[in-house]
Design a protein around this ligand. Sequence first.
Ligand code: FES
Ligand SMILES: [Fe+2]
Length: 435
Amino acid sequence: MLSEDSNKLLTQVGPGTPMGELMRRYWQPIAAVSEFDDKPTKPVRVMGEDLVLYKDLSGNFGLVDRQCAHRRADLSYGFVEECGLRCNYHGWLFDHNGNCTQQPYEDTVAPEANLKGQVRLKAYPVEAKAGILWAYMGPQPVPLVPNWEPFTWDNGFVQVVTTTIPCNWFQCQENSIDPVHFEWMHSNWKVRLEGGKEPYAPTHLKVDFEEIDYGFVYKRILENTDETNPLWTIGRVCLWPNCLFTGGHFEWRVPVDDENTLSISWFYNRVPKDREPYKQNSIPHWEGPLEDPETGRWIDTHVMNQDFIAWVGQGTTADRTKEHLGMSDKGIAMIRKRFLDDLKRIEKGEDPKCIIRDEEQNKCLELPIVDKEAFVEGMTLEEIENAKVESRVSANRFVFQAGQPEHVRRAYEEAMGRKMADVDFVDKRKLNAAE
Ligand code: FES
Ligand SMILES: [Fe+2]
């Protein structure tokens, strides 16, 4: 249980709030690079700030205030130039730093007055890495965009998936350190959703949590595993400050505002050895749906969609004054404490946890990874099909989120040199129901 004050402290991220100040010290993933292949601007809302992300004609990205500094027109309808974004109302042009570099009428009638020198637009740095656009909205000095180990892997098919979830970010992130929910929300619920009955999946006998440099690790022993199992010896990572890292994919939970969260995920599948060398020309992005239009209920057929149901179900912002933490929630208590401690650290002018400033270290930030060889060394197609690792599951169909577009599935099949399961999981259930 948390006090109402602590709950507010952890969940509110608008400008000027303590947690907002903390979260602004981390580069946040806010969109996919390939979203800008066919459009130059995108309105975005990040931590309660309305902004426009754009790619100019030189190929540089910028992130500026949504509203023009002149008379507040919507800059997401602006048009890009060689350098920067031009407002479509009176043509004022702003560069990536928010400087106003042209005021066409004023520059014509009173160039000597240099009125544009007095105008600035709020602007934040943007960097492209691993097919994702990252934004930094915090104070100087700007840290480095973390170069997580999987970003250095090659011969992989990568896809970026986004969905906006209508609830506060913190309950989404608490899910990143919640081992027991896998057993119920994913394994056992799936059995029932598919019309099956018990026996359920092997139950958890022991869980443990450990703080590491880049977050926290959770470990588990199930009925059918022991202390030699990599899920106990290595574990999975609650990556700091707002991500889950499972080995083959990352799931960030980025606050849109206090009531909405951008789920942005990065999935890596290594191609079979006989398909190497493989070079992906463009990392595809797709937006995953939340709701089943036929029933008006949340989609429950894919792993992350099931998580979304849990998060949204907890309320727009979970009321933690009414919760009762159990024995499996030790990790949740640990991350809350770490965030609250870090609020004090930043007040003293210190860096919070996991700010990366060292170029050498950032060449490759190594993470605990179960079945790492499968990702690093690769496997033959036969090994992939017989392996008991995540790569096999994803080889047959995309299990993580509903709505993978046909063109992404085809690109994946081409990269892997094999067909995926013919029917989507949703369709399969419908077929079962019809039989
Ligand atoms: S409102 Fe943008 S140039 Fe006038
Ligand atoms: Fe989950």
